[in-house]
Design a binder for this molecule. Structure first.
Ligand SMILES: [Zn+2]
Length: 367
């Protein structure tokens, strides 16, 4: 009797332990299937499918006459697929030689166990073609686009430039990025569990869609001419910078927008405005770059001063308040209400008529 009770107890304990274990395992199963399913599905997908993107050609920037101000150049991205490499030493030696990289850098990337490892991007097409010619398994050469500005410094602060992923950083390149950028495509390759491409498996390819061209009102010739004139003035006046904005007064179209010194759009991260950059902190360098890229025509205010006299004097003539023969005497200042308006000529211009007041740009007469 005593013995039976003991067995019963034992059975209950074992049964309870089993039940608990089943519950824990069941719970874990539910957790994996319900809450973590996305994560594991993604892992499996990553293992079996290798996705490479095809860059879209960015839209060009064209002036009113059809001159291309921003274009694309074909460059290559070199990558390696670890599981496909048959002779790693030969691959490392070849990549070092062709790309001019250190053996350490190349070895680290070639020997890394990953589905695809990028070695270098923005490689010249000739070098990419040379690498492809070796026909080493596991070495991928993908063609790609790099922004190129045929006139280097022309309208640099207006056009702006793009970053390493071809996204606009300043100027028109960033303002119209969504129209210029296009839609990248993808190449999807199926692989087995070891990451080896399945032969004859269908390669899914979604072609990229090129971006739209942007036609601007700038005129290449007027822009170039204005830039030359601005450089002359900057040198003659020893100015820090000179801006010229040329518009069509009928409709406001901008023919030229010059801000010298301009910078080279094909090399925008090299500071040309400061001679000694070695002592500068990263923040100081970035501030100096922002200053170098700054479009003064757009970002700075400028008091019109004497140029505005054309409007006030025209208004005076049109309304009949003044005639060309009106006589006026300038003693160098005039009290109007509570303030004293001074002429730029301290001693005054003396007696003068309307025409001479304009010629002398006399502050008292015109304003
Ligand atoms: Zn005066």
């Amino acid at each position: 009797m005593h013995c039976k009770t003991f067995h019963k107890k034992k059975i209950v304990i074992v049964f309870t332990a089993c039940l608990l274990m089943m519950m824990v395992l069941g719970g874990r199963l539910i957790y994996l299937m319900v809450f973590e399913s996305e994560y594991y599905q993604k892992l499996a997908k990553d293992l079996h499918e290798r996705e490479r993107s095809i860059k879209a050609a960015r839209g060009r920037i064209v002036d009113r006459t059809g001159t291309i101000l921003a274009d694309n150049r074909t460059v290559c991205t070199i990558s390696v697929i670890h599981s496909q490499i048959k002779d790693p030493e030969a691959v490392i030696a070849m990549l070092c030689k062709e790309l001019g990289l250190s053996e350490e850098t190349v070895r680290r990337r070639v020997e890394k166990v990953s589905s695809i490892e990028r070695i270098k991007s923005n490689v010249d097409k000739e070098i990419g073609d040379a690498i492809r010619a070796y026909q080493y398994p596991g070495v991928k050469v993908d063609e790609d686009f790099k922004r190129y500005y045929p006139f280097n410094e022309l309208a640099s602060k207006v056009l702006g430039f793009t970053g390493s992923d071809n996204q606009g950083i300043i100027g028109l390149e960033v303002k119209y990025d969504e129209y210029l950028e296009g839609i990248p495509g993808t190449i999807l390759t199926l692989t087995d569990a070891r990451g080896v491409e399945i032969e004859n498996a269908k390669e899914e390819r979604v072609e990229s869609v090129p971006g739209n061209d942007l036609v601007v009102s700038l005129d290449y010739n007027i822009q170039l001419y204005a830039q030359q004139e601005a450089l002359k003035v900057m040198e003659a006046k020893e100015a820090d910078y000179v801006s010229i904005l040329i518009l069509n007064p009928q409709n406001g179209e901008i023919y030229a927008c010059v801000n010298v010194p301009e910078f080279n759009l094909n090399d925008p991260f090299t500071l040309t405005t400061i001679e000694n950059t070695e002592q500068m902190s990263e923040q100081e360098k970035q501030d100096a770059l922002n200053q170098m890229w700054r479009n003064q025509c757009v970002n700075d205010t400028y008091e019109p001063g004497s140029t505005f006299k054309i409007f006030t004097s025209s208004a005076a003539l049109m309304s009949g308040t003044s005639t060309l023969n009106d006589q006026f005497s300038c003693p160098g200042f005039k009290i109007v209400e509570d303030r004293k308006i001074r002429c730029h000529k301290v001693g005054g211009h003396g007696g003068q008529d309307f025409t001479h007041a304009i010629m002398n740009s006399c502050n008292l007469y015109i304003q």
